[in-house]
Design a protein around this ligand. Structure first.
Ligand code: 3PG
Ligand code: MG
Length: 406
């Protein structure tokens, strides 16, 4: 893959700086973490480094300055300690005397996690690895370490100081999660077993268009199923009436440009792109199904309808690769979970290699008890989308450049 991995270095007794992505959903009221699945995904690399007797310091971020979820990492440290079964000590400092003492004091198999790295003003500046190498963070921390390991796949689309700045000054390796995500996703996206089906759901219309556009041009992509609000947004873009309340929702995240591209896209690939033919509408909290032609004028669509579910499930059953990003309906409500649950069941019961991406889809899979039955669950949201667009990933590029140097 062009970068070093943990197989390429001896880490016994070495001081290792590890960047992970444990940015997690936070409850707005209690400011406690809602879900620990990203934290759990970072465990294999940490465990391996500690088992191999490294002296380990971790850097990570949570939220963005100014947002309610910009909180300290002490609860993350408690989660890490619990999942790992050994202590990960939180150090409320990054580049000051307190942090330096903690790093100097690391014994073999010890692990600390430093303060939320986004406290540093220049952390989020979009700069090259060489430019970030001149930052205070990198200049202060790098002399303290022998090796930099980046396992933050969920942030690999960002060119931030802690993500790319150490790779020009320290030997650097990808962690196990990074390695696995890049290998699995690259294969699924570039060379999927055929027929391959890509399912999009959720509500982010403007975001999804360029990704679907790129995919639809690939010969290796056989079918694209568009469900969720996204599917109805496509129908709306082609001129269908889908109910005023649904249209109001769509317009919140749409531009005329996005609608025009969606229309063109569907006209260009009418056999590859499949849109819903019916819908489940919310009538005073109850589920009512209509074909697209007969939707009530004020319809609020909350799920795909049964006929759409059947058609989509048939395509899934014939597939050898299925990729799903974004749930097909409002699965949190019992009345509207049928499409999501039904399609998820079809996927896990098929023989296809199945990949699920993004926090909401994973939450849905957890809810229906099928999370473990997917072949692969990605921790990437924005990162995964960027990878699917075939764009360069700054973190991956930085690791590759570093491998040429060290
Ligand atoms: C994420 O959750 O998307 C990553 O941790 C990156 O965070 P960001 O979108 O705030 O840069
Ligand atoms: Mg993000």
């Amino acid at each position: 893959m062009g970068f070093h991995t943990l197989d390429d270095f001896s880490v016994r007794g070495k001081r290792v700086l590890l960047r992970i992505d444990i940015n997690s959903p936070v409850d707005e009221r209690t400011l406690r973490l809602v879900d620990g699945s990203k934290i759990r995904s970072s465990i294999p690399t940490i465990r391996e480094l500690l088992d191999r007797c490294a002296r380990l310091a971790i850097v990570a971020h949570q939220g963005r300055p100014g947002d309610y979820d910009f909180i300290p990492l002490n609860e993350h440290a408690a989660f890490l300690t619990q999942y790992l079964g050994r202590r990960v000590r939180y150090v409320d400092d990054l580049t000051g005397a307190h942090a330096m003492r903690a790093i100097d004091g690391l014994g073999e198999g010890d692990c600390i996690i430093l303060k939320n790295v986004r406290h540093i003003a220049d952390e989020q500046a979009k700069r090259s690895p060489e430019e970030h190498a001149e930052s205070g963070l990198v200049k202060t921390l790098s002399p303290k370490f022998d090796l930099f390991v980046n396992d933050a796949f969920g942030s690999s689309h960002r060119s931030h100081a802690s993500l790319v700045g150490f790779t020009t000054v320290l030997p650097s390796a990808a962690g196990r999660l990074m390695e696995q995500e890049v290998r699995t996703l690259t294969r699924v996206i570039q060379n999927p077993a055929r027929p391959s089906t890509f399912i999009f759901g959720g509500a982010k219309f403007a975001d999804a268009i360029p990704i679907i556009e790129k995919l639809s041009e690939r010969d290796t992509c056989d079918d694209i199923l568009v469900a969720g609000l996204l599917g109805y947004a496509f129908l709306w873009a082609t001129g269908k009436k889908i109910g005023s309340r649904t249209e109001d929702l769509i317009k919140k995240d749409s531009t005329e440009e996005a609608a025009a591209s969606a229309k063109k896209l569907f006209e260009r690939h009418p056999r590859k792109i499949h849109l819903p033919i019916d819908a489940a509408v919310d009538i005073e909290g109850k589920r009512s199904e209509y074909s697209i032609e007969n939707l009530p004028s004020d319809a609020a669509i909350k799920d795909i309808g049964s006929r759409t579910l059947e058609i989509f499930s048939d395509i899934v059953k014939k597939s050898r690769t299925v990729f799903l990003s974004g749930p097909p309906g409002v699965f949190e409500k019992d009345e509207f979970k049928k499409g999501t649950e039904g399609l998820f069941m079809a996927i896990v019961e098929s023989d296809a290699f199945s990949v699920i991406g993004g926090g909401h889809s994973s939450a849905a899979a957890n809810r229906f008890g099928v999370f473990e039955q997917f072949s692969y669950a990605s921790t990437g949201g924005g990162a995964l989308e960027r990878l699917m667009l075939g764009k360069q990933m700054p973190v991956v590029e930085a690791l590759r450049e570093s491998a040429k140097r060290f």
